[in-house]
Design a protein around this ligand. Sequence first.
Ligand SMILES: [Cu+2]
Length: 131
Amino acid sequence: MKKLITLIILILVILISGCQQGGTFNSSSTTKTLTTVTIPARPVVVERTIEITNSGFSPNSITVNGGELVLLTLESIEGDHSFTLYDFGINLPMPAGRKETVQFTATVIGTFEFYCRNHPSMRGTLIVNQP
Ligand SMILES: [Cu+2]
């Protein structure tokens, strides 16, 4: 009888520890390790332009360096799109004919996706390199 109780307790301990591991699992696949950049007093200003058509973003990849102030000009040539770069708080409707310039500081190193909310297959990447 003692053996049976010991066995049951052992099984419970294993189950509980298993649950605790499950509890601490926090979808690490969506958690980014962010490297932030110290922003210089006078950041380097860089200009980039992206054209938006029904074929996608052109170019569909832009590269800047950490700490730079990015002036990003978006021009929608045709179709009803958006330019959405959530990691930098940008989410602009871009219907045909709209031209917008947004600015942001590249405060974080890494590769970030931008996309069109209306056409999820329209995607691109912002690459922020270590300065
Ligand atoms: Cu679109």
